[in-house]
Ligand binder design. Sequence first.
Ligand SMILES: *Cc1c(COP(=O)(O)O)cnc(C)c1O
Length: 372
Amino acid sequence: MRGKDFLTTPYMMKKYNFNAGPCVLPRQAVEATIDAIRDFDGTGIGLLEISHRTPGWERVMAEVEALWRELLNIPDDYAVLFLGGGASTQFFEVPANLLRSKAAYLQTGVWAKKAIKEARAYGETVVVASSEDRNYSYVPKGFAIPADADYFHVTTNNTIYGTELHVDLDSPVPLVADMSSDIMSRPVDVRKYGLIYGGAQKNVGPAGVSFVVVRRDLLNSSGRALPTMVNYATHIGEKSTDNSMFNTPPVVAIFVMYQTLLWLKEQGGVEAMYEINKRKAATLYAEIDRNPMFVGTAAPEDRSIMNVCFVMAPGSEALEGEFMEFAKARGMVGIKGHRSVGGFRASIYNACPVEAVEALVQCMKDFETSKR
Ligand SMILES: *Cc1c(COP(=O)(O)O)cnc(C)c1O
């Protein structure tokens, strides 16, 4: 197949993409990228082949940063960086840059645990609370954040377990957040955070680029000699056109992110998207709670609006494989739960249309009816 045909081919059954990441992207972002790969910005040269010093590319970089600032209301005293290595690289770059003597972490899942492991290599690392005792099915509350820590790290959305921190916490020390899987899904008060990071591939683009939003007074705050690439300050240019251009940026990933954010702005921005996300999540949770064949795994007050986890209800456990096949036959893709939770997980990120959620709900209803 050629050109755009593969996106619209009528021969394929309609697919509803619930993958946890990489995951569904806005169609228009994908199509604009395909066009740019053929011919970037009317230059006659494709996006895969341009120099990142092309003026048209410098304009894209500036616009991406401006979109981040506009959509999340990021103040000027924060730098916005686009880096390689995924969120997992930030697990060590955060302590390398910020940990002088002690760091505090909230342990809400394996991503948090991996971040904790990396921090330990840089200094004293305390876990203020953990929900490991109940397989991370809730978010701990009522913990005390040590006032002498250099920062307090949270994972705002626990992709694997479908739990989410629904508030921007008050913290006596700089709050650091892994927002890989809920960035831009809801408004955040950036001022409450010292640093926000994540991989783009869940809500703002494809794999290959990460974002770091860091308050400038935290740069070089660990007092540690750092490899050049690891130091966040390296990626802030003397001129704004040099931001995130210290080494060759992943232009295709950033371009898809650019188009994804343009789409998000067209939808009305983060506030409007939050309303849609809450409705999508409420629709799916309502069916999980209504349908006697299924049961949700996350504590109701901590349920994520991005990743919805559920299993077969007691008595119906043996039907798990059958429901999976049933759903697959109706075009549902990527609903298998993570192996550490089992059952099902529907990831309903920004770009997942309401129609997909409705199709999944109908599928669950039809399965119930088929078993009567
Ligand atoms: C996916 C994910 C990660 C890992 O991201 P990579 O970019 O693959 O390193 C980290 N944290 C959270 C919350 C995630 O969902």
